[in-house]
Design a protein around this ligand. Structure first.
Ligand SMILES: *Cc1c(COP(=O)(O)O)cnc(C)c1O
Length: 384
């Protein structure tokens, strides 16, 4: 059904189509061409990572992380139940047992106070997800991980260039993953990156990404022929998509300023209504510089959430809920998930709603969304 105001719309910043044409006419449309190198350089320079490698998706970057950690059947990986399926699937594909953790009611990030009790001798990794691009409590998480010699893999799909205590998200774990899916802040349609902060992992990461061959070394002239040296798959992004991404990364500051303006407008204009209706707006702790990835509301009840979605729909505005808690999904139940296990996750899963948020959301359209939301009364929905 066509909505007058959609939830998301992929936005262009200006040079995308020209760069894409260049990638095609330059004669190198496969992976690791000139645009890929430009993206790698920009990301490595900004983040200060040992190496950043573009991948076909964040999902594939997470799969690479599981391969790099040599996850074996029976290994345990701790992650929030309130996340996207790829966060868990990447590890389950290697035979890992997911160990879910509840989230904090304020930032909706994993509740680090629950972390240590979940660690066992089989724990191989902790996977914090920086929900909405607001940093998890990395000091506590790194302290616990360090004391138990467990690797941290940050799923930073929402949080490109956001910071925790002044430092970029994606630079705390040994590995981090990024997404450039069209629903994220910086896009190329489908794409991702693996951020390697541990230099010891770089060589193997290049091999895993190149079908288990040492082709990257061959291109750099470090070996005179390339061959099969390890397991691996094809995780390279086409240079055509890297061209799209390159144009977006070059305009990152513009994208970020736009998203900040949209986020601040919702936050300011809905504050009074939210307080009167018992609705909670996003929480960004003072030590976190967020990515302005999304604007969500935590409604008082499931009925109010569904009521507001319907109310906005009647004005041709699309709003959406978010993750179905993984521990309550059919796969999660097979891993022992049961209702009541993670009360915060379950309440937020029922009550969260995300408002339209995209780089070319016009002021007029956003004002319409704000007006429509303000007309809604939660009590009316609860009574129905
Ligand atoms: C979008 C997303 C992913 C997957 O990203 P893809 O690039 O689509 O594979 C993984 N984790 C989180 C938290 C996401 O939001």
């Amino acid at each position: 059904m066509p909505y007058r105001i959609p939830f998301n719309r992929p936005g262009l910043t200006g040079n995308e189509l020209r760069y894409i044409a260049d990638a095609i006419t330059q004669g190198h449309a496969a992976g690791d061409g000139a645009f890929t190198r430009r993206c790698h350089a920009m990301l490595e320079e900004t983040l200060g990572a040992a190496r950043v490698l573009l991948t076909t998706s964040c999902t594939h970057a997470l799969e690479m992380a599981a391969l790099l950690l040599d996850i074996q059947p029976g290994d345990e990986v701790i992650l929030p139940s309130f996340t996207f399926v790829s966060t868990v699937n990447a590890f389950v594909l290697r035979g890992a047992k997911p160990v879910f953790i509840d989230i904090r009611p304020d930032t909706l990030n994993l509740d680090e106070s629950r972390l240590e009790e979940l660690i066992t001798p089989r724990t191989k990794a902790i996977v914090p997800v920086h929900y909405a691009g607001v940093g998890c409590e990395m000091d506590e998480i790194l302290d616990i991980a360090g004391r138990h010699a467990v690797t941290v893999v940050e799923d930073n799909a929402h949080g490109l260039f956001a910071r925790y205590k002044g430092r970029y998200l994606g630079t705390f774990g040994a590995i981090a993953t990024q997404s450039f899916h069209e629903t994220k802040n910086v896009i190329c349609g489908e794409g991702g990156a693996i951020v390697l902060n541990d230099a010891a992992m770089v060589e193997r990461a290049e091999i895993l990404r190149e079908k288990g061959t040492n082709r990257s070394k061959f291109y750099r002239g470090q070996v005179d022929k390339y061959t099969w040296v390890d397991i691996g798959s094809s995780y390279l992004m086409s240079d055509i998509l890297a061209a799209f991404l390159c144009a977006q990364l070059e305009k990152y500051e513009q994208i970020s300023a736009t998203r900040e303006r949209i986020w601040e407008c919702y936050n300011r204009e809905l504050a009074g209504w939210a307080e009167a209706q018992g609705v909670r707006l996003p929480c960004v702790p003072p030590h976190c510089a967020q990515a302005y990835h999304m604007f969500y509301l935590v409604m008082p009840t499931l009925a109010a959430r569904q009521g507001l979605i319907e109310h906005l729909k009647s004005r041709e505005i699309l709003s959406v809920f978010h993750y179905i808690p993984l521990h309550l999904s059919p796969m999660g139940v097979e891993f022992g998930g049961r209702p009541g296990q993670f009360p915060v996750t379950e309440r937020v899963g029922d009550c969260i709603l995300r408002l339209p948020f995209y780089n070319d959301l016009s002021n007029a359209d956003q004002a319409d969304v704000v007006d429509a939301v303000r007309q809604f009364e939660c009590g009316g929905a609860a009574a129905r």
